[in-house]
Write a protein that binds this ligand. Structure first.
Ligand SMILES: [Zn+2]
Length: 243
């Protein structure tokens, strides 16, 4: 079990300090509470495309069309509640050779405040994804990249590999034009990067047309730059699924 540093406990309780604590714990590259890989240490021109908050139709199916047309495999961190809504889409992710990861059941901020709820969220989602797609994900990305010590403990207990990444574009949630997203993502891509895009929006879905439209041109641009695409498990050298 990781010990919660006294400083972190104190910070979590208090007003303005909370802002600093939040940034320390949630920023994508924070390693302060333990290993939270956002890239692989390699000089090879490989990147992992990851998509969070799906499935969310019709966007996830369109995205799968784009990836499958180009023969690119990606990693999908799906929300349990969304998988219940679009189970055939979750199945297609696995059947097409992409990797399915876990991204909580409800994508609810309050589930991070206490560990028991966090444990239930992970267990429930794993059961749902296994029931739908026949696999038990070995990769977990916490919503908002929250990696409080008790979150990492809950992830460890389930034998999961926690995964961070680099946001493809800071304003993706607002759906700027696809070419803006493509340019932003190409700019942050580098050897070993794990790029974060969204085919859904938390557990409630929402428009993702610009994100989906950005992906084909992004793949084409990075391919022209000499990049190839791998799933996160291969990038990190871990198993995609639990036995
Ligand atoms: Zn998310």
């Amino acid at each position: 079990m990781r010990k919660v540093p006294a400083a972190a406990r104190a910070a979590a309780g208090g007003g303005m300090i909370f802002g600093a604590a939040y940034w320390t714990a949630f920023r994508p590259r924070s390693q302060v509470f333990g290993a939270f890989p956002y890239r692989a240490p390699t000089r090879d021109k490989v990147v992992a495309l990851t998509f969070d908050d799906g499935p969310n139709e019709p966007y996830t199916s369109r995205l799968l069309d784009v990836l499958d047309q180009r023969g690119v495999k990606a990693t999908f961190f799906q929300v349990g509640r969304c998988a219940e809504r679009f189970p055939s889409c979750t199945r297609r992710v696995v059947e097409s050779g992409h990797v399915l990861g876990t991204h909580s059941y409800s994508h609810s901020f309050t589930s991070y405040v206490r560990q028991p709820r966090q444990r239930r969220e992970i267990r429930r989602t794993q059961e749902i994804l296994h029931g739908i797609a026949g696999v038990t994900p070995g990769l977990y990305r916490p919503p908002w990249l929250c990696h409080w010590p008790w979150v990492l403990d809950a992830v460890d207990e389930r034998g999961l590999q926690v995964v961070s990444g680099t946001f493809a574009h800071p304003l993706e949630v607002l759906q700027p034009p696809a070419r803006v997203l493509t340019t932003g993502a190409a700019r942050v891509a580098r050897p070993g990067a794990i790029l974060i895009l969204h085919d859904g929006r938390e557990a409630r879905g929402g428009p993702r047309a610009q994100s989906v439209a950005a992906v084909g041109p992004l793949i084409d641009r990075l391919t022209a730059d000499g990049y190839t695409f791998v799933t996160v498990d291969r990038l990190l050298g871990v198993a995609p699924y639990l036995p």
